[in-house]
Design a binder for this molecule. Structure first.
Ligand code: URA
Length: 426
């Protein structure tokens, strides 16, 4: 077999056989297929797509590239959650703490940033000392001991996704339905949970831009789950504006703390509660209304926050040393008006520009930088009000952005903000 011919075949729209996919992807993992050849194949897949069988085959190849966790040593039902990623998405850390404090076991493998979207592992690494590389035995022990553990694609779980993911991140090959489905589902299957919930994000700040794409991927993920005898539930949530009020690693950890201390009430909180309730209902086999009561109790009693602190400590994190840059630039409103739109994609790009994500594989993230949204959609603003605050690297005094890309104003008072804050359980 020849990698160039395989690339050409996909470029011309042919269906690849399992042997061809194995040859290409296993070859990439063991070094006989180069970065540039794999980038080219990934781009051909992005443009030409893959049918269901190719996607099932690719998922299988991903899973077989490493170990599959056996969670049978964990007492009780295990539930896992994954999000397809968006700007400001920190739901995993919120709902993981809630769900574990309600007695449900969560063994979570998370990823790094992808494209303009942030990754949970990068956010956790902003906490000094936090170990994101748990060995299998430690991972399982922690889930049994405190109900929740979170690790990166470490040890030997789906090493192929880790390598491909890093390449996709910097080659414009992120937004492909079959690539996202096989990446997410291979990790979920290999992580061993019996029940899986996937939060599929749609909008300009998400990897998937249209609801049709979200429905297609939901269907595909359920089919993959079925093949491996896993119960998969999907939820569609919307992301045309950033999720929550912060973008950037340490800033988002701080926001998680505020939410777990029950100080916030916004779409991010509603979404986290809804996903947490779904996980509890699935794990305990109870009605969603009863699960929601457990979620509320966990937040109001402080149990969820205590669980978060316990997880951080167990994985070696020193939360009191969380560092947020004290070099800030306030972005002022150029006019009086009403905020009728915000562009999550542009905010994601700006946070990359500030250094909160990677543009190249080798880039080192500055965990202390990011953006806090002082004004959000629906707010009235006066000329000179602070719209958002940029937390920038030391010595930076100026950042190049166009305010009109970030915010849309109506200064006649004739338009009202419309924003889709639905949470659709499929
Ligand atoms: N999350 C993943 O784990 N993989 C993708 O491809 C996209 C989002």
């Amino acid at each position: 077999m020849n990698i160039v011919e395989i690339i050409e075949r996909k470029k011309d729209g042919y269906t690849l056989t399992k042997e061809e996919l194995e040859f290409s992807f296993n070859g990439f993992l063991n070094g006989t297929v180069t970065d540039y050849q794999m980038s080219s194949l990934l781009m051909a897949i992005c443009i030409r797509g893959m049918n269901d069988n190719e996607t099932f085959d690719l998922t299988d190849i991903f899973i077989n590239s490493g170990d599959v966790l056996d969670l049978s040593d964990i007492d009780g039902v295990t539930v896992d959650k994954h999000s397809t990623g968006g700007v400001g998405d920190k739901t995993t850390l919120i709902l993981g703490s809630i769900v574990a404090s309600a007695g449900v076991k969560v063994a979570k493998m998370s990823g790094r940033g992808l494209g303009i979207t942030g990754g949970t592992i990068d956010k956790l690494e902003s906490i000094p000392g936090f170990n994101v590389n748990l060995e299998k035995e430690d991972f399982l022990k922690q889930v049994n001991d405190i109900g929740f553990a979170i690790t990166s694609q470490t040890g030997n779980l789906v090493p192929m996704d880790k390598k491909i993911y890093a390449l996709r991140d910097v080659t414009g090959t992120v937004s492909s339905i079959p690539l996202i489905a096989s990446s997410v589902m291979s990790k979920k299957i290999a992580s061993g949970a019996e029940k899986i919930i996937i939060d599929i994000k749609v909008g300009n700040g998400a990897l998937l831009k249209s609801k049709d794409d979200a429905l297609r991927i939901a269907n595909l993920m359920k089919k993959i789950g079925y093949k491996y005898d896993r119960e998969v539930e999907t939820v569609i949530s919307y992301m045309d504006i950033p999720l929550g009020t912060s973008i950037g690693n340490a800033l988002e950890i701080k926001e998680v703390i505020d939410i777990l201390q029950n100080k916030e009430n916004n779409y991010l909180v509603a979404l986290s509660k809804s996903l947490a309730a779904k996980m509890i209902a699935m794990a305990k086999d109870i009605a969603i209304e009863d699960a929601l009561k457990e979620v509320e109790d966990s937040l109001t009693s402080g149990k969820a926050y205590q669980k978060f602190l316990e997880i951080i400590k167990y994985q070696g994190g020193r939360i009191e040393e969380l560092k947020i840059s004290d070099n800030i630039i306030e972005v002022k409103s150029p006019r009086n008006g009403h905020v009728i739109n915000m562009n999550a994609y542009e905010f994601g790009k700006l946070s990359l520009e500030l250094g909160a994500g990677r543009k190249n594989k080798e880039d080192v993230i500055d965990y202390s930088v990011g953006i806090v949204l002082n004004k959000k959609i629906g707010d009235d603003v006066k000329k000179g009000d602070t719209l958002c605050t940029l937390y920038v690297k030391d010595k930076v005094t100026n950042v190049d952005y166009d305010i009109e890309d970030l915010y849309t104003f109506d200064n006649q008072g004739s338009q009202h903000a419309t924003i889709n804050e639905d949470i659709e359980v499929l």
